[in-house]
Write a protein that binds this ligand. Structure first.
Ligand code: ADP
Ligand code: ZN
Length: 433
C-alpha cells in the first residue's frame, strides 16, 4: 500500500520540476524573512535568481547545528512566533539544544510523511500501535502518534520506559505494531522473557525502529525475539522529526520523501557533491516547511543515495542504512571506524549477546579502545578457556574486518546499562585520565 501514490510514484522529471519550483520559492522566503540567511547568501554572492536547475543548490552555503546554536532559540524562524503552534527540541548532548518550531501546516506536513511511513510498513486501520518512543520535547513520540491517528490506527501513547507495564499491555491489549528505538526493543524483549511473558507469542506484526544507528545483526536479534518484521525509520528534529525516510517491505534502503526533504550527499571535508552511490554526509533542504525552513542542513549522518527504482513501485530515491554520525566516528590508532561497523562484526560472532559498549581510554599518549560485550549465560558459566577463545576470536575478527586493534572484555549477561531511548554505546574516559 502507498499512502500518497501521486507523489510517491511520481515520474522523476515531474518530481524534479516540483523540487525546483519549491527550491526557488524557499530561497526567496529565506532571503526575505531570515536576516542570517540573507547575510550568508550575500557573502557568497548568490541569491534566489541564481537557481535555474536543481544542481544550482550547490552554490548556496550549507548550515550546521553550530549555526542553529548560534541563532538559538528563534533566530532562524521564518514566521512570527504567533504562527507557531508547537516547539520540539533535540536532546542536545553538548551545550545548548536545538529547538524546532512548527506552524499548523508544518504539523500537517509531519503527519503526512508519518502517514506515508506507516503505510510503507503495512500499518493502517485495524492496527494497534504501542508507541514506546518518548513523548515530550523529543520528536519520536508525537511524530508516530499523529501519523498513527492519520492512517486510522489505534495508538497507545505509552511513551518510553516502565518495561513491565509495556509487556503487560503488549500481551493484554495485543498491539500489532511496536515503535521504539531498536536498543529499547531488545531490552524490552529481555525483560519480557525474564518476567515469564511469551514474547514470541505476542500479537505483534510490525516493528518500526529508529532514532539511532543499528545493523542487520540487531534486526535479526529483534526479529528472533518477537514475531514481527522490523522496519528502519529515519528522521531528525532539525528537519521535522521521524518520517524523513522509511524502509518499504523490500528493506533495501530507506525512501526519502524528497518532494519535501531534498537530499544531497557531500564530502564532509571538502563539502563537494559526491557521485550517486558513494558514501558521504547527508545534507537536507526542507522544501515546504514554514516556521523553521532549512537550506542545505548538514545532518552529520553518513550514508549513500540511489535513484534506482524500487520494486515497491515508489520512485522516491533511497538512502542506505545510516552508518553513523560524523561526530561519533572513532579514530583508533589511525583507523577510522563507526560504532555500527564494530557492531556488525560483534553480531556475527557466535555466543555474544547484542549488548555492547565501546570504552575509549588513554595509555600514555595512545588512544585505546576496549570493546565490552555481554556473552550468553551458557558461555559465561563455562570454562575459562572457552571465554578466552571467544575473546581472541572477537579481537582477531575486529582486526581482520576493520583493521582495528582493540582490547576485548567479555562481561556477564545483563551488566551493560540498558537505555529506554537512544543507547549510549561510547564511553569516553580520555578526558579523566
Ligand atoms: P539528537 O541529535 O539530539 O540525537 P534527534 O532526536 O533529532 O536529536 O536525533 C536525530 C539523529 O538520530 C539523526 O541525525 C541520526 O544521527 C540519528 N538517527 C535517527 N534515525 C536513525 C536511523 N534510523 N538510523 C540511524 N541513525 C538515526
Ligand atoms: Zn521501496
Amino acid at each position: 500500500m502507498i499512502w500518497n501514490p501521486g507523489i510517491e510514484t511520481m515520474a522523476r522529471a515531474e518530481m524534479e520540476a516540483l523540487q525546483l519550483h519549491r527550491l526557488k520559492r524557499l530561497a526567496a522566503i529565506l532571503e526575505t524573512c531570515v536576516p542570517w540567511c540573507r547575510e550568508q547568501m550575500e557573502a557568497r554572492k548568490v541569491g534566489p535568481r541564481d537557481i535555474r536547475a536543481l544542481e544550482d543548490i550547490a552554490r548556496f552555503p550549507c548550515c550546521s547545528k553550530y549555526d542553529l546554536r548560534d541563532n538559538y532559540p528563534f533566530g532562524l524562524l521564518a514566521r512570527p512566533m504567533r504562527d507557531v503552534v508547537r516547539i520540539h527540541s533535540s536532546s542536545g548532548t553538548t551545550g545548548k539544544p536545538v529547538v524546532a518550531a512548527y506552524t499548523q501546516s508544518d504539523i500537517n506536513l509531519w503527519t503526512e510523511v508519518m502517514a506515508r511511513s506507516l503505510t510503507a510498513c503495512g500499518v493502517g486501520q485495524g492496527d494497534i500501535i504501542q508507541n514506546a518512543y518518548g513523548y515530550g520535547l523529543f520528536t519520536g513520540g508525537l511524530g508516530v502518534h499523529y501519523g498513527g491517528e492519520r492512517v486510522g490506527a489505534t495508538v497507545i501513547p505509552i511513551s518510553g520506559g516502565n518495561s513491565k507495564r509495556q509487556m503487560m499491555l503488549l500481551s493484554d491489549i495485543g498491539a500489532t505494531v511496536l515503535t521504539c528505538t531498536p536498543s529499547y526493543a531488545l531490552h524490552l524483549a529481555e525483560i519480557g522473557q525474564a518476567e515469564g511473558f511469551d514474547v514470541k507469542g505476542l500479537n505483534l506484526k510490525v516493528g518500526i525502529f529508529g532514532a539511532e544507528p543499528w545493523t542487520e545483526g540487531i534486526r535479526q536479534e529483534i526479529e528472533a525475539a518477537y514475531p514481527l518484521e522490523a522496519y528502519d525509520i529515519y528522521g531528525l528534529t532539525e528537519i521535522i522529526g521521524p518520517g524523513v525516510g522509511i524502509e518499504c517491505r523490500y528493506h533495501d534502503g530507506l525512501h526519502i520523501f524528497e518532494d519535501v526533504f531534498y537530499p544531497e550527499i557531500i564530502d564532509p571535508d571538502t563539502l563537494e557533491p559526491i557521485p550517486e552511490g558513494a558514501e558521504g554526509e547527508l545534507v537536507i533542504t526542507t522544501l515546504t516547511k514554514e516556521a523553521f525552513p532549512l537550506l542545505r542542513f548538514r545532518t552529520r549522518d553518513i550514508c549513500s543515495l540511489t535513484r534506482e527504482p524500487c520494486r515497491c513501485g515508489r520512485t522516491l530515491c533511497r538512502i542506505s542504512r545510516i552508518k553513523g554520525r560524523t561526530d561519533d566516528m572513532l579514530i583508533i590508532r589511525g583507523v577510522n571506524v563507526f560504532p555500527s561497523q564494530i557492531e556488525e562484526v560483534l553480531m556475527n560472532v557466535e555466543g555474544t549477546a547484542p549488548h555492547y559498549q565501546l570504552v575509549l581510554m588513554k595509555e600514555g599518549s595512545l588512544d585505546v579502545l576496549e570493546v565490552r560485550i555481554e556473552v550468553q549465560e551458557s558461555i559465561f558459566s563455562d570454562q575459562m578457556r572457552r571465554l578466552e577463545r571467544l575473546e581472541r576470536a572477537i579481537r582477531e575478527e575486529l582486526f581482520t574486518v576493520l583493521g582495528l586493534t582493540a582490547q576485548v572484555r567479555l562481561v556477564e549477561p545483563r551488566t551493560i546499562a540498558r537505555s529506554e531511548g537512544k543507547a549510549q554505546r561510547i564511553v569516553d574516559m580520555r578526558q579523566k585520565g
